[in-house]
Design a protein around this ligand. Structure first.
Ligand code: BDR
Ligand code: CA
Length: 312
């Protein structure tokens, strides 16, 4: 199998961290070109630092980290530190990372990496607000027909929102960017809450990850323990959803997912519904759809994959 040239745009973030560790653990399948970071769950400075810490824990300092947008395109910033802890990485003991961020803005790095490869080659996994990707498309519109696809965590349909009644955090945090990216015409696989709420960090799953005893596995177990405590208090759930790793799992094992062709519009006109994803399945021409919306995930399969990949 040829490796997928991949850029991960993220805002680590507890579940972003799990996604990154999964991607770091799949060098045979993923050619990780860069990690680009954006303001989201916590500040832009903190997400860039967290990405550098996480790659060091995984021994993957070969992957460059580019820092990006300090805030959303239009709206005021909205962070999610209450779910991810003050630093964004729960109660993980952080340290000063050995390697610096790579020079240049994340959006410039996306443009350069996409333009340097054949059309269709590069895949983007987007697991935070879509600001960097929208900026890259504005900076160099030629990346739009050149991008292979985008696999993103974002949006909600039947599940309702996790920030407001109908909006999910990544879309809500920069709805204008999401509108540009999802409407760009690049093939997008959208893994929203309808899908990611099926993937839960149960006690048994956390224990199985901890038992692997590698530095990434121990960090993941600690991060998920943090999520269990926080989600219990804030949402009332015993087993928190694990959103972002689903994007990487999709790349590694798409057969674990069911998706439907859809048209997805992003609501920006009303403060009540800001960031709502209007997911329309009634299309005249299903084959012309550029967005595929995830409806089902084989969650046992996703955790089995995580365990297999993280195993020493
Ligand atoms: C998304 O919001 C963020 O808080 C998580 O990291 C995830 O990307 C889930 O709605
Ligand atoms: Ca995220």
């Amino acid at each position: 199998m040829s490796r997928i040239p991949l850029i991960i745009d993220c805002d680590p973030g507890v579940d972003d961290a799990v996604a990154l560790f999964l991607a770091f653990a799949a060098p045979d399948a993923l050619d990780l070109l860069a990690i680009t970071t954006v303001a989201g769950n916590v500040s832009a400075d903190q997400t860039a630092r967290n990405a550098r810490i996480l790659r060091q824990i995984a021994g993957r300092e070969d992957v460059p980290v580019y820092a990006g947008a300090q805030g959303p395109l239009v709206r005021e910033p909205v962070e999610a530190g209450h779910f991810h802890g003050e630093t964004g990485l729960g109660d993980l003991a952080l340290f000063e990372p050995g390697e610096p961020v790579a020079p240049g803005h994340a959006a410039q790095a996306i443009v350069r990496l996409v333009m340097a490869r054949p059309a269709g080659a590069v895949t983007l996994a987007v697991i935070g607000p879509m600001t960097n990707v929208a900026l890259a498309m504005a900076l160099e519109p030629a990346i739009v027909p050149r991008l292979g696809r985008i696999v993103a965590m974002g949006g909600a349909r039947r599940e309702g929102g996790n920030v407001t009644a109908s909006s999910e955090y990544n879309i809500h945090a920069d709805p204008h960017a999401a509108g540009k990216v999802i409407g760009s015409g690049v093939p997008v696989v959208l893994l929203g809450l309808d899908a990611t709420h099926q993937v839960r960090a149960t006690q048994a799953r956390i224990a199985a990850i901890r038992a692997l005893a590698t530095p990434p596995a121990l960090a993941i177990a600690q991060l998920l323990d943090f999520s269990v405590r926080v989600e219990k208090v804030l949402v009332g759930w015993d087993a928190p959803p694990v959103h972002d790793p689903c994007t990487i799992a999709y790349l590694l094992a798409p057969e674990l997912f069911v998706t439907r062709p859809a048209r997805v519009g992003i609501e920006t006109a009303s403060p009540l519904t800001l960031g709502h994803t209007a997911v329309e399945f009634r299309l005249e021409d299903l084959s012309a759809a550029t967005v595929h919306w995830a409806t089902e995930i084989d969650h046992e399969g996703v955790f089995a994959l995580l365990l297999r990949r993280l195993a020493p």
